[in-house]
Ligand binder design. Sequence first.
Ligand code: NDP
Length: 283
Amino acid sequence: MSKLIDGKALAAQMREQMAVRVEKLKETGIVPGLAVVLVGEDPASRVYVSMKEKACEATGIFSDEHKLPADTTQQELLQLVDRLNNDPRIDGILVQLPLPDHIDEDCVINAISPLKDVDGFHPYSVGCLAIGNPTFRSCTPYGVMKMLESIDYDLNGKEVVVVGRSNIVGKPVALMCLEQNATVTICHSRTQNLAGHVGRADVVIAAVGRPEMIKGEWIKEGAVVIDVGINRVADKKLVGDVEFATAAEKASYITPVPGGVGPMTITMLLFNTIQSASQRVAG
Ligand code: NDP
């Protein structure tokens, strides 16, 4: 039977340490600041934004909220981003996605200064990660790496199989594992023999968005299983992309859903914001 990697507990522990770091920064006259921009009324986005604001408050980070109506024009949004880029109180800018259809998301993300790109979505940040010289690492994959670090897992020479190749999870987490000298395979919807790939992995990272599609019987004995998927099924229950009960029989470590990778994402956003503020001190 495997051990759980408890993302909730790890996130709480990291946030405590970060609150101490923020206090120290404040002694030097610097209050880390995160601007959070929400356009429109998407209910899920509203929940995420409010969770981010609360997390900032609890950690001592200044949260600068901008809740804009759904009919905000792209030009108006770009002007706000430009103002935030130049605001010395702001160390990080987060524009909550998805944006309304009339706004070009790439154009908005590209307008965020790479120096304040705490979400790690700007092509500059992605490019820096790809060439092995990372600046801001995107938050969910970075959370995954912190979870592996929390169990002292050495990725050097290990077989990692990432299922999913999205820009926000699959690709960046694969690059981060490569950075730590793992041998990485990325699987996707066209992959043949997914079970075979998963079956030889020392570490399986699932980021697909399909409830329990990765079967426990595929998992190699002793593998580490990180389940990024969050899927709502009957009775509003949340499950991951991995068939948890059967996978837990074989894995050495496994992350639960909920309470696994989920809580780490906002934690890493705070982490990146504090990192950015620390660079203010250095600069
Ligand atoms: P996307 O929908 O952007 O990507 C899904 C990926 O899964 C694609 O690369 C797709 O392949 C691949 N895929 C789909 N079907 C199969 C299949 N049958 N076999 C193999 N691969 C398949 O999802 P995201 O990366 O944004 O999110 C993935 C999951 O992670 C979701 O459940 C999401 O809710 C969750 N998530 C959780 C976060 C958190 O914990 N904080 C943050 C972000 C996401 P192809 O490219 O070929 O289409």
